[in-house]
Design a protein around this ligand. Structure first.
Ligand code: ACO
Length: 273
């Protein structure tokens, strides 16, 4: 592993080495085909800021090509308590401003800022990777949406998902609405969001929000087991299959069949010349 460097970026200290970084409460480690992103501000329940989202986007942009699985997890008792509530105060988060200062700028700039934040979530759906959210404790607002941004959710039995935004006069805008509807259906998504109620482990499992529920102490092992299963399949076939599955909803059966044929022809050519 290359020698760690310390850099100064945007007023925040950055520790960078070939296989790891730690910036603004986000830790990033790469071990062969597995990358792990850890929200690492447990004393603030991994509350997220503009800097968190910039760092997530930066990780996505520079993700090493060999990575096939990305795990997103949170240090401490909560996966993430959502947006850092200081962003709603006039003072904001030191060095990063606040929503009230952002709202005073023109509409385009504010929308661009949201797009920049969303970039930290969107890359987790790339076909070349499978992203897994390992979720314990609270996943509120932006925390819930970060879990929704991942392909799979493996959760501890103390998990509590809550889409708090509508209770605060906001909408969920960190890419969470589409995966939520696709996972649980429109009626359940309306129920969950417009009541801002808590969804616990048994319901999460029942309605498709979670793939696996385990006892809290078993979360790490459950994620490792899933990674081993995912890495056992062929890398290129896995990416092609994910592309097909992701496109399925938007295509007719006939169109999907054609897409399957195109991907398979490419596989056969790659495997047998
Ligand atoms: N933003 C900033 N600080 C937070 C946040 C947050 N979202 N959540 C927790 N913290 C801080 C607390 O202020 C406290 O700090 P302090 O020790 O300096 O006083 C520390 O984290 C621990 O929080 P507690 O409330 O003591 O922890 P507890 O485990 O009892 O409760 C819980 C956790 C339920 C998550 C609670 O902290 C909470 O309700 N947080 C706010 C959740 C929220 O409304 N998020 C916004 C959602 S909307 C969106 O994301 C767009």
């Amino acid at each position: 592993m290359a020698e760690a460097q310390a850099q100064q970026r945007g007023g925040y200290t950055e520790e960078v080495s070939a296989g790891s970084s730690a910036v603004d409460g986000v830790r990033f480690e790469v071990d062969g085909e597995i990358a792990t992103i850890t929200l690492d501000r447990p004393e603030k329940r991994n509350a997220q800021t503009f800097a968190t989202w910039s760092e997530l986007a930066r990780i996505g942009e520079s993700l090493p090509e060999q990575v096939r699985v990305v795990v997103v997890k949170g240090e401490g008792p909560s996966f993430s308590a959502g947006i850092d509530l200081r962003m709603f105060t006039p003072e904001g988060v030191p060095g990063q401003g606040s929503f009230s200062s952002a709202a005073k700028s023109d509409g385009t700039t504010f929308e661009q800022r949201i797009r920049q934040a969303q970039a930290g979530f969107l890359w987790l759906r790339r076909p070349e990777i499978v992203s897994i959210a390992a979720v314990q404790g609270h996943a509120i607002g932006a925390g819930f949406q970060l879990a929704l941004a991942c392909d799979l959710r493996i959760v501890a039995d103390d998990v509590s998902f809550c889409m708090k935004e509508p209770a605060l006069g906001l909408v969920p805008d960190l890419t969470g609405t589409k995966p939520l509807v696709e996972l649980v259906g429109l009626a359940k998504a309306i129920d969950i969001c417009l009541t801002a109620r808590t969804v616990r482990a048994d319901e999460a499992m029942r309605i498709g929000l979670a793939e696996i529920v385990v006892a809290g102490g078993d979360l790490g092992q459950a994620v490792q087991d899933k990674i081993a299963e995912l890495l056992a399949t062929n890398r290129d076939a896995a990416a092609a299959t994910k592309r097909l599955l992701q496109g399925a909803r938007g295509r007719t059966l006939e169109e999907q069949s054609v897409a399957e044929g195109i991907e398979q022809a490419a596989r056969i050519r790659a495997l047998f010349g």
